[in-house]
Design a protein around this ligand. Structure first.
Ligand code: ATP
Ligand code: MG
Ligand code: MG
Length: 380
């Protein structure tokens, strides 16, 4: 394959394009926005809607293989393209990840436990909710990310009110679980069924948005580590998945491990692999799509990733102005990745800072200094 296509023009697409270009591929990005992080670095940017038949026809004509970087790309677009070209991951696998109710059913079918939950699509299901699921989190089944479309509820009355606030769209109510930590596992699976994985990642979220990822995850017992890796491999195999897949887990205070959700693409919690591993998640996404060999990813450095949200662009003096990067870049083992977004907004992912070191303790210490210099919380 000489030309690779990407549906979606966000930062994940941009980092995919960079990895693809390093391996000698041309890239075509389809994204409706006039300016996008991936569209700006691809050789060609098709600026049509995801379901526009001219846009899809051009993508299919000019690409040898096509992927998606955007979880909510209409599955129909992938399906249409699949009739003409290699498409990975497949529309069916992406569709499972797009609907929390279907996703949870998939986890259960694959033998991987998830949070106790109930599906709410009508008043009968609402009335039938087991009170043992409260307190819980009501989540829209579709389109949510970064904690959007989620409401915490404690009583049946609050649940009913929250569902009305969410315009009665199909939802899943999940029991609020006592989390010890959050973990995630990235796997890459080839069309031949070979699966490789990266080490277990520890994730800290603030306000529903990933803030910090640390690898190796400190003090995770070997059996929890093994359970997480096996579950992620199991989930990918059961989906007949091709490409990079991320599975998020809750490690509970009682020691149990349950799966939270998955993402059918490279994931924010895997950005550390760009500097901490021999092969990044984006390189393996390119390789899986192009049918190239998938090496077992080897971590060569301990790593901490700090997400850089648009909030950092705003100070008491106003803004938006980018932070003074030179101060953190003076720290050892820091690697800055900015996504080329022209407009900073609160909660918007603008970039990330990877800190790598020979030991987890050293990476952690430098990451704390970097966070302090940037004015980020040092609660990790
Ligand atoms: P993403 O941006 O990762 O796709 P999302 O919007 O799909 O996020 P979730 O991963 O479902 O959201 O939830 C966001 C965060 O909220 C979780 O990482 C976790 O911190 C918290 N959370 C979600 N569900 C639960 C639960 N059942 N019990 C406790 N905490 C939860
Ligand atoms: Mg999600
Ligand atoms: Mg999540």
């Amino acid at each position: 394959a000489a030309t690779l296509g990407v549906l979606g023009g966000g930062q994940l697409g941009r980092m995919f394009v960079h990895a693809a270009q390093a391996l000698g591929y041309r890239c075509i990005v389809l994204d409706p926005d006039a300016i996008s992080p991936a569209g700006a670095v691809a050789e060609v940017h098709i600026k049509t809607d995801y379901l526009d038949s001219f846009g899809l026809a051009q993508l299919a004509r000019d690409c040898d293989a096509i992927t998606t970087e955007f979880e909510n790309v209409p599955a129909l677009a992938l399906q249409t393209l699949a009739g003409m070209r290699v498409v990975a991951p497949a529309a069916a696998a992406v569709a499972v990840c797009q609907d929390r109710a279907v996703e949870k059913a998939h986890f259960e079918a694959a033998g991987v436990p998830c949070a106790p939950h109930a599906v709410i699509t009508n008043d009968i299901e609402l009335a039938a909710v087991d009170p043992a699921l409260l307190p819980g989190i009501l989540k829209t089944s579709r389109m949510g990310y970064d904690g959007k479309g989620q409401v915490r509820v404690s009583t049946p009355a609050e649940l009913a009110a929250a569902w009305a606030d969410l315009k009665r769209v199909p939802c899943v109510l999940e029991q609020l679980l006592p989390l010890q930590r959050e973990l995630s596992v990235l796997v890459a699976r080839g069309a031949d069924g070979q699966i490789v994985h990266w080490p277990v990642q520890q994730n800290l979220h603030r306000g529903g948005i990933l803030a910090v990822t640390e690898v190796p995850a400190p003090d995770v017992p070997a059996e929890v580590d093994e359970l997480a890796v096996n579950a992620a491999r199991q989930v990918a195999a059961a989906l007949d998945y091709v490409g990079v897949l991320c599975v998020e887990f809750f490690w509970l205070t009682d020691g149990r491990l349950v799966v939270n959700e998955m993402a059918p693409r490279p994931h924010n919690s895997g950005h550390w692999t760009m500097d901490g591993c021999e092969h990044s998640q984006f390189e393996l996404q390119v390789r899986a799509l192009a049918g190239l060999p998938l090496p077992e990813p080897r971590q060569h450095s301990a790593a901490v990733m700090l997400n850089l949200l648009g909030d950092l662009w705003f100070t008491e003096q106003g803004g938006p102005t980018p932070p003074a990067w030179d101060r953190v870049l003076g720290l050892p083992g820091t690697h800055l990745h900015l996504y080329g977004k022209t407009e900073a907004r609160h909660g918007r992912k603008m970039g990330h800072l990877n800190v790598t070191a020979a030991t987890p303790e050293a990476a952690h210490a430098v990451a704390l200094r970097a966070a302090a210099l940037l004015g980020l919380p040092t609660d990790f």
